[in-house]
Design a protein around this ligand. Structure first.
Ligand code: PMT
Length: 215
């Protein structure tokens, strides 16, 4: 299959030397890209900035901001059979990016933030994607209910939910513990290395694609 994977954080610039970002290392998304390429699939990895090496045999499209990731996904998703959105996209960006370094002036500084586009949420209607669509849900409470809500709202076939309040799993860790949230059932997977989980998630995507072709 042809698979697009998003990975890593996005960086939303405030000025030439500062940005807003999050703790995503890219490990989960890169493990998915690696597992899919290893299984013989054609993979395009659209990634925010990380310190990771691009897995062998994977096509790579580096981006920095959510707007750039949105543009890259909108340009390439049309020729994909499946897409997995593991990136931790910043929901907001600074309303303005200063051309010069922002100077210290008052005791407080108020930033105005603008909502970024929802890339996963644009796949079905705005991009017209009808392949297998997999989202992630990073939650700190009500894991299954929030993930199921994302599954419905964003038109996903599967949401991989992780509790990012737990130490040792989720953001910037080699391990993760996830729920596979399907439209009609939920399957909890035991905590494991991200590479082992990635192989399992790629198998799920293969099965979902086969079921779509049969329907
Ligand atoms: O990178 P690691 O350090 O390995 O950490 C892995 C991870 C915790 C980042 C990963 O497992 C994970 O949960 N990724 C999704 C993080 C996230 O932003 O979740 P969310 O619940 O805020 O977003 C829901 C879904 O919408 C995600 O598929 C996200 O990629 C997507 N999204 C979110 C906002 C936005 N503007 N556009 C999007 O496409």
């Amino acid at each position: 299959m042809k698979l697009l994977v998003t990975a890593g954080p996005t960086r939303e610039p405030l000025d030439p030397v500062r940005y807003l970002t999050n703790r995503s290392s890219g490990k989960m998304g890169y493990a998915l890209a690696h597992a899919a390429a290893h299984a013989g699939h054609r993979v395009l990895l659209v990634s925010g900035p990380t310190a990771l090496e691009v897995p062998d045999g994977v096509d790579f499209l580096p981006v920095e901001t959510a707007a750039q990731m949105f543009e890259a996904v909108s340009r390439h998703i049309g020729r994909m059979d499946a897409a997995i959105h593991a990136a931790a996209v910043a929901d907001y960006r600074p309303a303005a990016t200063a051309e010069q370094k922002i100077k210290k002036t008052g005791e407080t500084l108020t930033l105005e933030l603008l909502r970024n586009p929802d890339i996963l949420g644009s796949c079905r209607d705005a991009f017209g994607f009808d392949g297998v669509l997999v989202g992630f849900a990073a939650e700190t409470g009500n894991l299954e209910a929030n993930a199921r809500d994302k599954l419905r709202r964003k038109g996903c076939d599967l949401v991989v939910a992780n509790d990012v309040s737990q130490p040792g799993i989720g953001f910037d860790s080699d391990r993760n513990r996830v729920l596979l949230v399907h439209p009609d059932h939920t399957e909890p997977l035991p905590e494991d290395d991200k590479h082992a989980l990635a192989h399992r998630i790629v198998h799920e995507v293969e099965a979902l694609l086969a079921a779509k072709h049969r329907a």
